[in-house]
Design a protein around this ligand. Sequence first.
Ligand SMILES: Cc1cc2nc3c(=O)[nH]c(=O)nc-3n(C[C@H](O)[C@H](O)[C@H](O)COP(=O)(O)O)c2cc1C
Length: 188
Amino acid sequence: MHTPDTSHYLFLCASTREPGHEGNTEWLARQAAAALPANAQQTWMSLPRLQLPAFVDQRHTTGTYAPPEGDLKTLLDATLAATHLVLVAPVYWFSIPAPLKAYLDHWSAFLRVPGLDFKARMAPKPLYLVTTSGDRAKAQPMIDSVQLCAQFMGMPWGGALWGKGGAPGAVAQDAEAVQAAARFLSAG
Ligand SMILES: Cc1cc2nc3c(=O)[nH]c(=O)nc-3n(C[C@H](O)[C@H](O)[C@H](O)COP(=O)(O)O)c2cc1C
């Protein structure tokens, strides 16, 4: 009998390339997504296209945060609706791009929105990272930092898919990465 797939993958793209210019990281993530079962739901969002407010640390003043509004609410709702979270982020300065950092900083606020229960609702969602950079060694600090975020949140670590990037199209020449992409999300 056919079992409906209730998986819902949210792909959060953080490359800051101009609109209409697909980068290496998104291209590699789309190879991984193409191997998902046809009935698995996919949502793709570009973090740099969203208007997110600056994060303010209110932990030791008000201690709580109001429920988010606007694009931040849209992003939170998409995050909570997903069963699997895939961060699609090139290496920038051995780290994650600023739009992804802004999103993750807001997790600190989401954890303190009364009644949201953010941590418990995130805990079952595996966290994956798709990344590209000039060489693999330079991606390690960023991979480690994302894995530690998953650990802090009690989210299963889905692993990192790395490819050799550069100018758009470069990662398509990385045969190992393209092969790994086809298997990357299959365990989830
Ligand atoms: C601001 C910036 C910082 C970067 N820092 C690094 C780095 O620290 N190490 C590295 O190997 N590549 C670095 N790169 C190169 C990118 O990681 C690489 O070109 C990547 O494939 C770009 O991804 P995209 O095509 O998905 O936008 C940097 C690129 C930019 C724009």
